[in-house]
Design a protein around this ligand. Structure first.
Ligand SMILES: [Zn+2]
Ligand SMILES: [Zn+2]
Length: 157
């Protein structure tokens, strides 16, 4: 599959589409992501802010200030509480929750980070790229994604 990708919240009040290919997509096993999702790990699909088009409903903001001062914020459905995307309003990039996409999209995480905090029963396939913490260079996930998903050359007129 290729963009646009369609998505919706659990109750269906919010419907959206993503009009461009993601910048990257990775899994994070840190304890913040475990708490944030109430699950074993978080999935982050980075997309350009303008690529998210709201088709139906109104999202509401959520925000959390962590003990170290970091602010986690984003948008969710007011009715069912599904988190749709993170990122402060006005930022160029949003962190889409890919579980809200209508699948299968054919997209898979390029890497798994914070394996040092992963639940002990999480077993990844051989050959999966993994990091004990997060990569030293924050652009590394984007570079890996680009290498694995090269853009087709522009069409000649
Ligand atoms: Zn909803
Ligand atoms: Zn995390």
């Amino acid at each position: 599959m290729a963009a646009p990708y369609h998505g919706h919240c659990l109750c269906g009040a919010i419907r959206y589409r993503v009009t461009a290919e993601p910048l990257t997509y990775y899994a994070c096993h840190c304890t913040d992501c475990q708490r944030r999702t109430g699950a074993a790990f978080g999935l982050s699909m980075l997309v350009k802010q303008e690529a998210i088009e709201l088709l139906q409903g109104e999202t509401v903001p959520y925000t959390a200030t962590l003990r170290d001062g970091r602010i986690k914020a984003g948008r969710m459905c007011a009715t069912c509480g599904t988190r749709l995307w993170g990122g402060l309003d006005g930022r160029a990039v949003r962190v889409l929750q890919p579980g809200t996409l209508e699948g299968p999209t054919g997209l898979a995480p390029i890497a798994h980070q914070w394996m040092s905090e992963a639940q002990p029963w999480v077993v990844l396939p051989d050959g999966t790229r993994r990091y004990e913490k997060s990569p030293a260079d924050p652009m590394e996930m984007v570079k890996l994604w680009r290498e694995a998903h090269p853009r087709p050359p522009p069409k000649a007129d």
